[in-house]
Design a protein around this ligand. Structure first.
Ligand code: CA
Length: 226
């Protein structure tokens, strides 16, 4: 049975949607405020989350941002009429769809079906999506984002980041990275790893003012999950 989380502070709406979803055969849990919503989203395993934006405690955009650090669970945002900015930030942050309140329940049910179907057809590619400290790396689409913001990388930078994230929290020596990314038969400057780490830092750490790629002196590099 597919399980849906509803995060919505208007309890009447939440209960109404819950009834309809149960009637359609879904299992449902709900939260009436942002904190509880985030807690459930992070601890439970859901097939889809319906997420209101204006919530007491933590707002829906922030909840989505935090969910996306570690999960690709499909999220449909519930937005107030004409809240164009909310829709834009929601989609930027990785929402799968949004629906404007007040909505017709049939439309919501249709969007849920479409989103779930789309997600299950994507699922064979799922293992190619890696996450670390706000970074999402999708090898099948060759895309990297930091908290939903696209990061443009060259092929080598991408491969290096991929090698580091695949082994997150494990210190990778320069030689291992060289073999992994440039191959055993690489002939060239041995400091190429350091050069490319520098490029990655410019595009990620410096750009977003974070510290994701750490140097371990005399050993190599590591990316740490925060
Ligand atoms: Ca609300």
């Amino acid at each position: 049975m597919q399980k849906i989380l509803i995060v919505e502070d208007e309890e009447k709406i939440a209960r109404f949607v819950e009834l309809e979803l149960k009637h359609e055969g879904y299992e449902v849990e709900k939260a009436f405020d942002g904190r509880r919503g985030l807690e459930l989203a992070e601890s439970g395993s859901y097939d889809l989350i319906l997420l209101d934006i204006m919530l007491p405690g933590i707002n829906g955009i922030e909840i989505l941002r935090r969910i996306r650090r570690s999960s690709d669970v499909p999220v449909i945002m519930l937005t107030a009429r004409d809240a164009v900015m909310d829709k834009v930030s929601g989609l930027d942050m990785g929402a799968d769809d949004y629906i404007t309140k007040p909505f017709a329940i049939e439309e919501l049910l249709a969007r849920i079906r479409v989103t779930l179907r789309k997600n299950s057809s994507d699922s064979e590619n799922k293992s190619t999506v890696l996450h670390c400290s706000g970074l999402t790396l999708d090898s099948s689409r060759f895309k990297v984002t930091y908290n939903g913001v696209p990061v443009e990388l060259t092929a080598k930078e991408f491969s290096l980041l991929q090698a580091l994230i695949k082994n997150k929290n494990i210190v990778m020596s320069r030689d291992t990275l060289l073999e992994n990314v440039w191959g055993y038969d690489y002939i060239g400057e041995t400091n190429v790893v350091d050069v490319y780490v520098r490029y990655l830092r410019q595009k990620i750490d410096e750009k977003f003012n974070v510290k994701i790629i750490t140097t371990v002196r005399g050993v190599g590099y590591v990316v740490k999950e925060d």
